[in-house]
Design a protein around this ligand. Sequence first.
Ligand SMILES: [Zn+2]
Length: 155
Amino acid sequence: MNPDHSKVHDAGERFARYLRETGRRNTPERQLVLSRALAARRFFSVEELGEAINAEGSHLAQATLYATLELLCEAGLLGRKHTARRTLYCPVAAGSAQTVCSVCGKVTALKVPELSAALGRLQPGRFVPSGFYLEIQGMCSICARRQKKKSQKNI
Ligand SMILES: [Zn+2]
């Protein structure tokens, strides 16, 4: 089986369960946002996702996109970060770590089974954790090489 396909399938089941448990409907629009958002390989904005969906001939209102992205964050399928100008989203595997290139935005998942065990040992008071991910910021090898070349030229 294609591993990407099974990943999307698992996420689809998790999202469907989350919607059911929170009394929400699993609509074709929500499924469309889920599949496009999970295909992303880097952080994206609500506008970028809207443009990608429009380019495929579908159209979703920005309010629908935004609301569905927030649901995907609540369900633990997307991570979100706020910059000065906008909110960016990225697919995350629950209980995983990922490296994020601060230059090109490339995201790479890392499997760290010890993280889940560590979370199990934490007792965060009056808080019921539903998932987590760890973001490791830095520079990918391609960007690091480019920057090295650039700094050598400037000498
Ligand atoms: Zn990079």
